[in-house]
Design a protein around this ligand. Structure first.
Ligand code: GDP
Length: 423
């Protein structure tokens, strides 16, 4: 399967609200399971005295993972008609959160599963907040276990209402609410007769309608430099284009030097030479004159330079068990660059139960905050914007452990006191 062309989706929600069941059901109802797998699920369900337990399917996928090399992210492919999707999953809650903030679980769309008996719970809030932080705009809310409410429209609408207002507080507008039973398959791949009052699309229809949008190609050109190679008298500046489009003949600024150079040719591996390339493509550029950028450098369109500042405001999702305190230093990984930074201040911390921003002098595990980072030198960066990943930094401690995700908001001198998540 060509996973590159697949639409990635994440499935989030509070523990036990039905994520695994949903994935199993989705794969089964869309004929994306091998025969043997189903038999295996039925077998293990019987052993536990159950008719069928879809979440066992994921357990069996988990076993495959454990036998493989160390993979900490699972990509479960499934096809709907002629469109390929991939569910980005990870073994365990913490690994999943880590993958979300590092971009390993970058997705175009998310399905937020909410058990209608319980409504939004703590992890529902946390996951929704993460979706906002990493800029996943297309959100489908699956109101699950509607069978337990006997498909009562009034009761389901009440839950929908409360989830709507929770998401509204986070400035998130879901594209859709689908009343469903993942266990029984209602409104997953086929329309349920038990919810005649629901006229909207079923989950598979909603997924098929997820826009393919790549907004990155329309932004000003950015190429974080991965490496520079010399080969047969030519020097190749190599990297993945994060934003925009480049054409042969374009003038580009070399971030570290402030000088400009012209693109003499654009080369790719195993592909014919072309005179342009866009976001998402890995390229090797030959520049004239022959300037020498280094890994971590930045090439960009001169007319639209990125920000440059040694003080940066950032959002933070904190992962480490031990709380974050002002004054701590980390490496900030940003695209291909790494900078030494110190947390100059914790400007506000989000209280999850009422979603208000508070003053606090530390950020606890899985906490959200707004912070100010200071570096020894001015850092060139683009503020994070949804649909991109290069403005999203990762904080790493001295043992190379990822301790937090930090979508950058802007230079710290600007717009102090505003608390917008997205610039
Ligand atoms: P996860 O922790 O979010 O992955 O949740 P699971 O998929 O493991 O489901 C938790 C429990 O809820 C399991 O016992 C499921 O059988 C049950 N469950 C999942 N979906 C439904 C549903 O639509 N209706 C009912 N009644 N139970 C469900």
């Amino acid at each position: 399967v060509a996973l590159e062309s697949a639409t990635p989706i994440v499935i989030v929600g509070h523990v036990d609200h039905g994520k695994s069941t949903l994935i199993g059901r989705l794969l089964y109802d869309t004929d994306n399971l091998e025969e043997g797998k189903v038999a295996q699920i039925i077998e293990s369900s019987k052993k536990r005295g159950l008719t069928i337990e879809w979440s066992f399917l994921l357990d069996s996928l988990q076993i495959e993972r454990d036998q493989g090399v160390t993979v900490d992210s699972t990509r479960i492919p499934f096809r709907l008609g002629n469109r390929q999707f991939v569910i980005v999953d990870a073994p365990g809650h913490r690994q999943f959160l880590r993958n979300m903030i590092t971009g390993a679980a970058d997705a175009d769309a998310a399905v937020l599963v909410v058990d209608v008996n319980e409504g939004a719970r703590e992890q529902t809030r946390r996951h929704a907040m993460l979706l906002r932080l990493i800029g996943i705009r297309h959100i489908i809310v699956l109101l699950n276990k509607v069978d337990l409410l006997d498909f009562d429209e009034q009761k389901v609408r009440a839950v929908e209402q409360s989830v709507t207002s929770l998401l509204a507080q986070l400035e998130l507008t879901p594209s859709l609410f689908i009343p469903a039973s993942a266990r029984d398959g209602d409104n997953i791949a086929s329309r349920s007769e038990r919810s005649p009052w629901y006229k909207g699309p079923v989950l598979t229809e909603a997924l098929a309608a997820v826009p393919d949008g790549n907004i990155r190609a329309t932004l000003p050109f950015r190429l974080p430099v991965q490496d520079v190679y010399r080969f047969e008298d030519k020097r190749y500046v190599v990297g993945r284009i994060e934003r925009g489009t480049v054409r042969v003949g374009d003038e580009l600024t070399i971030g570290s030097q402030g000088s400009t150079a012209r693109v003499a040719s654009i080369e790719r591996w195993n592909a014919p030479e072309r005179d342009n390339a866009s976001a998402g493509e890995s390229v090797a550029l030959v520049l004239e004159p022959d300037v020498i950028p280094a890994r971590g450098d930045f090439l960009f369109a001169p007319a639209q330079a990125p920000e440059k500042s040694a003080r940066i405001r950032a959002n933070l999702f904190w992962l480490r068990q031990e709380p974050l305190r002002t004054g701590e230093s980390f490496r900030l990984r940003l695209a291909t660059a790494e900078h030494q930074v110190t947390v100059a201040s914790i400007d506000s911390v989000l209280r999850l139960d009422d979603l208000t921003e508070q003053q606090a002098d530390e950020v606890g595990p899985e906490g959200f905050a707004e912070i100010t980072l200071v570096a020894g030198e001015a850092i060139q960066f683009d503020p994070f914007c949804p649909g991109t990943s290069d403005g999203r930094g990762v904080l790493v401690d001295r043992n190379q452990r990822i301790v937090g995700g930090a979508p950058l908001l802007g230079p710290a001198t600007l717009a102090a006191g505003t608390h917008a998540i997205h610039p």
